[in-house]
Design a protein around this ligand. Sequence first.
Ligand code: CAA
Length: 258
Amino acid sequence: MAYETIIVEVEDHVAVIRLNRPDALNALNTQLLSELADALREADVNEKVRCIILTGSSKAFAAGADIKEMSEKSFVDVFLADLFGNEATAAARVRKPVIAAVAGYALGGGCELAMMCDFIIAADNAKFGQPEINLGVVAGIGGTQRLTRAVGKSKSMDMHLTGRFMDAEEAERAGLVSRVVPAKSLMDEAQAAAGKIAEKSRLTAMAVKEAVNRSFETTLSEGTLFERRLFHAMFATDDQKEGMGAFLEKRAAQFRDE
Ligand code: CAA
């Protein structure tokens, strides 16, 4: 499909989706969110794709929802359209692993989009923030919920109430990002991580996602039961036989997603 605000490339089982509105620091307007939702859905069902990388430019992952586009809207407009209710959250519904490779600004909706991915690899120039309070609004694509779960109440409140930015080092310390890498090697590191994931069984990787994500939605006893049942279910797959057999035979596993 031809996109205007994103660039999609699929190579070696990895789909790279690059946000591409350079003049607006990749601000998330309606067109971009719609194209991104389509591209994520396509990658999710594309048999060749085993992992997805979502990224932006070296200056901005995304500087937030498009302020120009929404500034004149009324309550009735945004309520009836359920602004940011569906397409903006498509990344959270992808079943395959999604890595956010973040350089530069990830602010407001940009930070929220990165947090919908499964983990964030940050360039050392990355800056995260939920500065919506400066615009007279609260976060609208999950920031108050996901940032709080990621970094705890105190830091989340600090970020949302002061609107300050967090650099990559602080984001790693706080647990918002899984690792920080030099800006120039961001895509190499993200590709290497995606390559590792692509070698695994797609079935198992999807089950891992479901189990970890369940921890945000349920109690510890329900979550561990869900995990255990998934673990049990894996014994019905050929990939479990292959993975354990390969270990015992001291060879690399060849998973077939069966
Ligand atoms: N929406 C629309 N346009 C934006 C934008 C945004 N969120 N962020 C940046 N831009 C545009 C600027 O208007 C500017 O365009 P023009 O050249 O046409 O004037 C261009 O991108 C470059 O931006 P700056 O000149 O401001 O660049 P800078 O380097 O001086 O500053 C910045 C960078 C600190 C990120 C600054 O652009 C900024 O503060 N942006 C807004 C950040 C923000 O408030 N994000 C939250 C948005 S609301 C939201 O996301 C709600 C939600 O939860 C759903």
